[in-house]
Design a protein around this ligand. Structure first.
Ligand code: B12
Ligand code: SF4
Length: 396
């Protein structure tokens, strides 16, 4: 997990100052680091962009950085969405460790940041984390001292020789910023709830599942822990709506049932948006979701054909109709350019997804993200090149 063998506190006996940063902006502009269309938004980037003026606009904080900061004893600053100049000013404050979070698409930005740190503050240790570390040779691409391939809290605690057994403290942060439609700000907000990371389903293309070694890493492992955390967040942030940042929240059925008991005992109701795989929804039943307070669900439909175990034998049309009959909003996600797709069969999947009548539809492209089984298969079959060859090139 740790690239270097120096798994020791960076400064023995002294207070270690840590900075955690996301990659710098501007985002969604045509420059040497990105493209105009690739805005830093979930819905406008990949779900409702084609709705133009009517597109749902919002931003999300970098949850992982706040989670790590909340759980370190060392004084830790988080710099979220900085400009490069803002990042440079912060680097000037003599941090012992600077952690950079990045995804593969932002490799060039992480590289520029790390190179700057090396130049002006050579004693600072650089830690890389986030999904970009799926690149097997990341330490050859970006100057760094440590690479965290997976869960960051345990990694940082080990690095700083802090107590690994300390329970995880949940950060109190809102999940969305700048929510608006047609330029008009939307009232109300939601908080983020992070029950755990990863998914055991290990779909061949899935970057998240592979990033967490195809395991589920629970932070809130019982229904009571979930309930208590929601109650604290409700009080601190004055919200009763939550975006549940867990790839497959209902997969842990025992925890979900315990949580339901807590809700009944305390006569409470929270509104929650969740991600869930189709087979999980079928296993627990739609009424269970209604009783839990789920009012938005994101389901990976992927394809009409049963390529992935999670959709085998699931009547998605019936489940989606039932979810919507209770007022639960459904986002159905499909994959284009699957291996069986031809000019004709690709429309089989497009029409299938539209016919499911979800509230929102998203089409993703099948792509071999480093770290996934799909990437390894393609590499072995000579269908793609090793990551060192695909550093982002400047646009013409
Ligand atoms: C929220 C989100 C976004 C937000 C970003 C908000 C932000 N402030 O960065 C938005 C919606 C803008 C977004 C956009 C995109 N995203 Co996105 N996004 C996510 C999502 C759904 C959740 C990430 C999250 O917060 N997880 C919860 C936190 C707690 O976990 P975490 O981030 O993984 O952090 C943990 C560890 O990874 C690690 N860690 C993370 N950072 C660091 C840093 C250090 C120093 C250390 C030590 C550890 C560490 O520790 C944390 C705690 O354990 C993930 C999918 C997922 N479920 O994870 C995709 C995901 C990260 N996104 C992805 C992609 C591809 C994109 C886009 C390129 C999509 C597109 N085609 O346009 C764009 C990029 C836009 C841009 N211009 O940069 C991919 C990345 C794949 C890859 N291997 O690189 C993911 C994995 C989705 C997927 N399955 O394909 N995204
Ligand atoms: S069910 Fe979803 S989160 Fe789980 S491995 Fe498959 S695609 Fe990834």
């Amino acid at each position: 997990m740790i690239a270097s063998t120096r798994v020791v506190a960076v400064k023995q006996g002294d207070v270690v100052k840590v900075l955690l940063s996301s990659v710098f902006g501007p985002y969604g502009v045509d420059d040497e680091y990105g493209r105009r269309l690739n805005v830093m938004e979930l819905f406008h980037n990949q779900v409702t962009r084609e709705q133009g003026l009517f597109s749902l606009r919002m931003n999300h904080p970098s949850f992982g950085l706040y989670l790590i900061a909340e759980n370190l004893q060392a004084p830790t600053a988080v710099l979220d969405f900085p400009s490069f100049d803002r990042f440079k000013r912060e680097v000037g404050k003599c941090y012992d460790i600077i952690g950079i979070s990045f995804i593969v698409a932002n490799l060039a930005k992480a590289k520029a940041m790390a190179e700057y740190v090396r130049k002006v503050s050579p004693k600072t240790k650089i830690v890389l984390g986030g999904h970009g570390t799926g690149l097997s040779n990341v330490q050859e691409l970006i100057p760094c001292d440590f690479v965290c391939k997976g869960e960051g809290v345990a990694f940082f605690r080990a690095l700083l020789e802090e107590d690994l057994s300390k329970p995880i403290k949940h950060p109190a942060i809102i999940s969305t910023l700048n929510r608006k439609i047609m330029g008009v700000p939307l009232t109300g907000t939601a908080a983020v709830l992070i029950p755990g990371l990863g998914c055991v389903n290990a779909c061949r293309f899935c970057a998240t599942s592979h990033h967490f070694q195809k395991k589920y890493m629970g932070f809130l492992n019982t229904g009571k822990e979930l309930f208590d955390t929601l109650t604290i967040l409700e009080r601190k942030l004055k919200v009763n709506e939550f975006f549940v940042m867990d790839e497959n929240f209902l997969k842990n059925r025992i925890r979900a049932e315990e949580f339901m008991q807590e809700l009944i005992e305390h006569n409470k109701y929270f509104f929650m948006g969740v991600f869930s795989s189709a087979e999980t929804v079928q296993a627990v039943g739609v009424e269970f979701l209604v009783k839990l307070g789920i009012d938005f669900i994101w389901i990976g439909v992927e394809s009409k054909r049963d390529i992935y175990t999670k959709t085998k034998g699931v009547d998605l049309k019936a489940i989606i109709a039932e979810l919507r009959s209770y007022g639960i909003q459904v986002l159905g996600s499909g994959i284009l350019f699957l291996e069986h797709h031809t000019k004709e069969t690709i429309f089989e999947d497009i029409e299938y997804l539209i016919d499911l009548e979800t509230d929102f539809v998203q089409f993703m492209e099948l792509g071999p993200l480093p770290g996934t089984a799909l990437y390894e298969d393609y590499l072995n079959a000579g269908k793609c090149k090793r990551s060192s060859n695909h550093i982002v090139e400047k646009p013409n």
